[in-house]
Design a binder for this molecule. Structure first.
Ligand code: HEC
Ligand code: HEC
Length: 898
């Protein structure tokens, strides 16, 4: 209740005289008052908002008034609260509360309108309009000649705008676009030739279909797009201390399988272990704003990526740039929160708690009372339901923007904005749904349209007055640029940045013999007893040795200085072996050793993958093998090794040393009492799995896996890793029963001190498959699967702490400088130039032609060839080769997709 209630109740004499006079004409609400309300009141009393409980969305709500009662009395404008407020009768209480005050003429209009009975055209409302692009809408293709649906939809648009579309681009340009947009690589010059020579009428469609059926190429390329969108990366903030997890394995397999988009979204919204990294976000260390807590990240990210809704500004206060409110953000976040969420306005807790709701309640209700797992199921249903026409529109718009340089709706993350052609947008969306959310279908559709094949158009600096005339000129992504260099120099990474990719997805690598999990039947006590015995034996030997040395020394001293009488040398107390005092390190006691001798020729390549329930080391011929990859942010339960350097022709001894049990330190007495399980690793199933693949120089493959042919011993004798060790008394291993496998509960941290992924149990089974597949994949690892390097960063590969929905078309000055003057590209080229110079020296002119064809899809002109040959040097040298390649890579003809 406010001071002005006094007016309304008449305690202060109505001061009608002070009010501006009412206008004398018949007021036209639509023309005269509506614009006034819109300009100065609606932001606080319309579009769902009702400050002071007063809403003027409809005549009804206007008449109802607010906290202080009626806002207006028909026929009595001088007695109406709203008039006093806009007239500023009480300087303490003036409306609009913010913005320009009303003029006396405007107040007069309001007065006249009230006096005339408050006529309000019934179709006028200041309510939140029905959100755009939300409900699905079926669009019939325009009648007329048969043809590509996209072009039929665009024909009326071109006619209306008076645009005569240009002829489509030549084959060479089309092929370059099609290769880059499907598999991300430039066509080789053989591939290009083959396409140019093809005389069939349908060859463009055939090419697109063939490229899209290259499942690995497709996954390698589109991984970049999705990593940006789902802010997935392989290293960076959060990974080191377990405050973040990847979805790389899930994502890559989903792309290889071309998972239907509705399933894909469902698995991200209501995730399993493998895909939870997206909605769980990043657990930032240190003080963080309430808007950065994981449930708020989940809300922001899923709203942005799948629904094209930007909640960023509405996560600290009601947004000033759109209609989303703090309550909307918290409503969505609450679904992901384990606790009730108090809303925090900027930095101030509001004391109000979030009411769970989805952005568009009209799509389906959520039950606040059910547990989180149930809520996520409901949310998944609502988002992927056919009634939600937004997810299909959002993704087809993203694909269109990726392939043609600009969306049908812009910005891509504000899908309530109008489309420049809603028939096109809505038809593409419906078509995606009809085709089971198959994204490859939509990509094929777009790439085979004339619209895609039109000549490229330069982007205008501002989006004002945009008219579609053809694809915008795009630049190569960082990954496409880097891959082009790998292709050119034929130097590829052997291993990806993470051990999580499953390269066997889609059966792309053929049959793989997965190793069985093995362990020992010897009980822990055996290890303990044996370790003690061995400790005693070692101590006794050491003591005897020391005694012998002391005696020898005494002898020598006696001879050197016979007159001095030394104290009688007797073995010190601790030199005596004594079982009672023996202290065996847990490491010895819990060491379980596995051995296998494998006879084979020295391989050309050999990689092993090992997974174990606890810490482990791999030895080959008594030398420790180095890890080339492991599950870094956890504790290295799974690793890939390059074992070729340690192998010999003939018998090779593979030895695995696994810990069977680890004690966690650092717990206080009360903690030990409360969290008994935290004293030890929670892993109740022990086991180890080993896989080796060796390739002969001729390409023959040999697989060796852990099986019953291995031998095992707890607390093994010294020298057990050597090839000539006699494993007498060792037992055959036992296989773990089918389906039983170790579970790793995370690094050796105290579970109770962390409330994040660091201590989450992970099934080692699926991860083992990924590790084995990583050991055996054939190399040629693409840039999308590698960590960012300075070159890629210079080419705008983002750090993926935030969702990135499009990369910039133009390079920033800083990026351009790094590319031209920095060392990133230079170093990369210098590394390859030496071997390339050898090839170039054989026939420099032919070599130059080949490089031109590879990078630009054409031969050099005569002048270009001369310049190139000069650059290569006389005789051809590595520096010249690097310079020449650098110059070609700087050409817009290479860097841009025209
Ligand atoms: C910037 C936000 C804002 C704008 C713009 C605004 N108001 Fe208000 N209005 C409020 C707030 C907040 C209250 C509650 C009282 C207070 O806090 O002063 C209120 C209260 C009122 C009330 C009294 C409700 C009651 O019953 O207590 C009326 C009537 C009203 N406004 C009318 C208007 C009109 C008409 C306009 C446009 C000329 C307008 N307001 C513009 C924020 C706004
Ligand atoms: C991390 C929290 C946070 C986020 C996210 C945020 N803001 Fe703010 N914003 C604030 C704070 C704090 C204030 C000052 C609060 C105040 O004065 O009440 C503020 C104030 C503002 C104001 C001035 C309001 C006034 O009444 O004068 C505008 C305009 C604004 N923000 C716009 C935005 C936009 C646009 C975005 C999204 C791009 C955004 N904010 C995102 C915290 C945030």
């Amino acid at each position: 209740m406010l001071a002005w209630t006094a007016f309304a109740l008449g305690f202060v004499a109505p001061t009608g005289a002070k009010l501006p006079p009412a206008a004398e004409h018949q007021v036209d609400f639509a023309r005269e008052l509506k614009p006034l309300f819109e300009a100065s009141c609606v932001n606080c009393h319309g579009k769902g908002k009702n400050k002071g409980s007063f809403s003027l969305e409809t005549r009804q709500s206007f008449l109802k008034g607010g906290e202080s009662g009626l806002a207006a009395v028909s026929g009595k404008s001088d007695d109406s609260l709203v008039v006093r407020l806009v007239a500023g009768s009480d300087p303490e209480n003036v409306m609009p509360k913010k913005g320009t005050k009303w003029t006396p003429q405007q107040v007069g209009l309001l007065r006249a309108w009230i006096d005339q009975g408050m006529l309000w055209d019934s179709h006028i409302s200041f309510a939140k309009p029905e959100p755009a692009n939300l409900k699905p809408r079926a669009v019939a293709l325009p009648s007329g000649p048969e043809g590509h649906p996209i072009d039929r939809l665009l024909a009326p648009f071109f006619r209306a705008k008076g645009i005569a579309p240009s002829p489509v681009v030549e084959d060479r340009i089309f092929a370059r676009r099609a290769f880059l947009d499907t598999i991300g690589l430039l066509p080789s010059h053989q591939q290009l030739d083959e396409f140019l020579m093809d005389k069939s009428a349908a060859k463009r469609t055939t090419l697109v279909q063939r490229l899209l059926s290259d499942r690995r190429g497709y996954a390698d390329h589109w991984l970049t797009f999705w990593n940006d969108l789902l802010r997935n990366d392989y290293r960076g903030t959060g990974f080191i201390d377990g405050g973040r997890s990847q979805i790389s394995g899930w994502l890559y397999s989903s792309l290889i399988e071309n998972k239907h988009y509705d399933r894909f979204v469902a698995e991200l919204i209501n995730p399993g272990m493998e895909s939870q990294g997206f909605t769980r976000g990043i657990i930032w260390r240190g003080t963080v704003n309430a808007s950065m807590l994981p449930p708020m990240q989940a809300a922001q990210n899923l709203a942005q990526v799948f629904m094209g809704v930007n909640l960023k500004c509405a996560s600290c206060h009601d947004s000033f740039i759109n209609d989303w409110t703090l309550a909307d953000s918290y409503g969505l976040a609450a679904i992901y929160s384990d606790e009730t969420l108090e809303m925090v306005h900027c930095d101030k807790p509001t004391g109000k708690f979030a009411r769970m709701s989805f952005l568009y309640p009209q799509l389906g209700a959520l039950d606040e009372k059910v547990p989180k797992a149930e809520r996520l199921k409901q949310l998944e249903k609502v988002v992927t339901s056919p009634a939600n026409g937004r997810i299909a529109r959002t993704i087809v718009n993203r694909l269109w923007a990726r392939l043609l340089g600009r969306g049908i709706v812009e910005p891509l993350d504000d899908m309530e904005k109008p489309a420049w052609n809603s028939d096109l947008l809505d038809w593409l969306a419906e078509d995606l749904v009809e085709n089971d959310y198959d994204l490859k279908h939509t990509i094929e559709l777009i790439l085979t349209s004339r619209a895609y094949q039109l000549p490229a158009v330069e982007a205008t600096p501002s989006n004002q007055g945009y008219q579609f005339r053809g694809p915008l000129t795009r630049r190569l992504t960082a990954e496409q640029f880097a891959d082009a260099i790998s292709e050119l120099t034929d130097q590829w990474a052997r291993m990806p940045a993470t051990i999580e990719f499953d390269f066997t997805a889609g059966d792309l690598l053929g049959p793989v013999r997965m190793p069985t999990w093995i362990w020992t039947i010897e009980p822990v006590e055996v290890g303990t007893t044996r370790a003690h015995a061995q400790f005693d034996k070692r101590e006794a030997e050491a003591a005897a040795k020391r005694a012998a040395e002391a005696a020898k020394k005494q002898q020598e001293q006696k001879q050197a200085a016979p007159e001095k009488k030394p104290a009688e040398a007797k073995p010190k107390e601790e030199d005596k072996p004594s079982s009672a005092k023996v202290e065996v390190k847990p490491w010895d006691r819990h060491k379980v050793a596995f051995r296998k001798i494998i006879i084979l020729d020295k391989p050309a390549q050999a990689y092993a993958a090992v997974a174990a329930s606890q810490g482990f080391s791999l030895f080959v011929n008594d030398k420790q093998a180095g890890r080339v990859l492991s599950d870094g942010q956890r504790s290295g339960r799974i690793a890939v090794f390059d074992v070729r350097p340690l192998m010999v022709a003939g018998a090779n001894t593979f030895a695995l040393e696994v810990t069977s049990h680890t004690e966690k330190g650092g717990l206080t007495e009360p903690e030990l009492e409360t969290y008994r399980a935290s004293q030890n690793h929670l892993n109740t199933v022990s086991g180890v799995a080993f896989y080796l693949r060796a390739w002969s120089a001729a390409g023959e493959v040999i697989e060796v896996t852990s099986d019953e042919g291995w031998q095992v011993r707890r607390a093994p004798e010294d020298g057990w890793r050597k090839s000539d060790f006699d494993a007498k008394g060792w037992l055959p291993v036992i296989k773990l029963p089918a389906g039983l496998m170790p579970i790793d509960e995370g690094p050796a941290l105290q579970p109770i001190r962390r409330k994040d992924y660091a201590n989450e149990a992970i099934e080692l089974g699926p991860t083992l498959r990924a590790a084995v597949s990583t050991a055996i994949q054939p190399g040629r690892i693409r840039a999308a699967l590698l960590a960012a390097d300075p070159l890629m960063t210079a080419l705008d590969r983002p750090n993926r702490e935030q969702v990135i929905t499009s990369r910039s078309m133009a390079s920033t000055t800083l990026q351009a400088l790094e590319l031209t003057n920095g060392s990133a590209l230079d170093n990369r080229l210098k590394r390859s130039a030496r071997t390339m110079a050898e090839a170039a020296a054989k026939d420099p002119a032919a070599w130059v032609d080949r490089i031109y064809l590879q990078l630009l899809g054409r031969k050099p002109g005569e002048a270009e060839r001369q310049v190139a040959l000069e650059a290569l040097g006389q005789p051809v040298n590595a520096e010249g080769v690097a310079d020449f390649m650098w110059a070609l890579l700087m050409l817009p003809e290479f860097q841009l997709i025209n």
